[in-house]
Design a protein around this ligand. Structure first.
Ligand SMILES: [Zn+2]
Length: 314
């Protein structure tokens, strides 16, 4: 894994503990006018500190909805409290990945963990949301990705936000459901809808800026914030021409470990079908078609985890 210095500070969020919802670190603002209920979550992964920066920005600047309801949720605060810039990868979670527990079955009967307890706690605000923006970041120094799920409504929402150069249609991971994939976001033709925004490399200053811009544009895209109110804070231009990539193959590691046998870059396009990418145990993994894009390759992914996703441009 490449090393990056942490270029910005993880904000002190202790002042946000007591929210107005009865839930720690969850704040809800109601405009009093009819409109959608939107939810922005940060820190589902405790070390993805751009989410804390973005929510802190919205709180500090008193950004409130003109219509509908806005809920801001600092998710895995317990893991975030352990964040140490000298060892920034360690505080992703405490017991289990909080972005793999979002099925009804796991929420009801999953093995006890601090993450599952917190997921159950914030479930009521997830159940209310018409639109969800879940802020994340990546280990790779990669351009931002809007993970939109397999349905058209996710792509429509990502295009309306209009910031990320790549919109990824994917199903998630074999190891468990992401918040973005929670079942209610898959029902209905327009909403509820959700986006998982990978805002860039975890520790880049630009990633925090992208996270803030994503939140504001999400609010204008869903209509709860007037364009002219957001404008003074918007520092990034719209994506010129988003590329939509449809993930056709998710490579889940079946053997002890997965090794890439060539050097791979995030979002790399591999020209020829049949190009070997790596070995799962002794089984070669090859590209299934020409012009195959590699989405978030994870060198050294352990058994049961995603090693790489393969996608075609549509
Ligand atoms: Zn994440």
């Amino acid at each position: 894994m490449m090393r990056f210095d942490v270029e910005y500070q993880a904000p002190d969020i202790s002042a946000y503990r007591t929210g107005n919802t009865g839930l720690d670190y969850v704040h809800q603002f109601t405009s009093g006018k009819a409109g959608p209920n939107i939810l922005i979550t940060g820190l589902i992964h405790g070390n993805e500190i751009s989410g804390a920066v973005a929510l802190d920005f919205l709180m500090k600047n008193d950004i409130r909805p003109d219509i509908g309801t806005l809920t801001l949720c600092f998710a895995n605060v317990a893991a975030y409290r352990c964040f140490n810039p000298a060892k920034p990868h360690l505080s992703r979670y405490l017991d289990v990945d909080m972005n793999r527990v979002w099925s009804r079955e796991t929420l009801k009967n999953g093995p006890a963990s601090r993450e599952l307890a917190r997921a159950r706690e914030i479930l009521p605000v997830v159940e209310q949301a018409d639109y969800l923006l879940d802020i994340h970041s990546m280990s790779d120094d990669c351009q931002p990705l809007a993970l939109a799920g397999k349905q058209e409504k996710g792509v429509t929402l990502a295009r309306a936000i209009g910031l990320a150069p790549y919109i990824i249609m994917d199903r998630g991971h074999a190891s468990g459901f992401r918040l973005r994939d929670f079942d209610r976001f898959s029902s209905g033709s327009i909403r509820p809808a959700s986006i998982l925004m990978e805002c860039g490399q975890h520790w880049r200053q630009a990633t925090a800026e992208f996270a803030i811009n994503s939140c504001l544009r999400f609010m204008t895209a869903t209509g709860i914030l007037e364009q002219e109110k957001a404008a003074p804070w918007l520092t990034l231009p719209s994506a010129r021409k988003e590329r939509v990539l449809d993930v056709t193959h998710t490579v889940t590691v079946e053997h002890e470990a997965f090794f890439f046998t060539r050097s791979v870059q995030a979002m790399e396009r591999i020209k020829r079908a049949g190009t070997e990418l790596g070995l799962d145990g002794v089984t070669p993994v090859v590209t299934p078609y020409d012009d195959c894009f590699l989405v978030m390759p994870q060198p050294g992914a352990p058994r049961g985890n995603t090693a790489v996703r393969m996608a075609r441009s549509i």
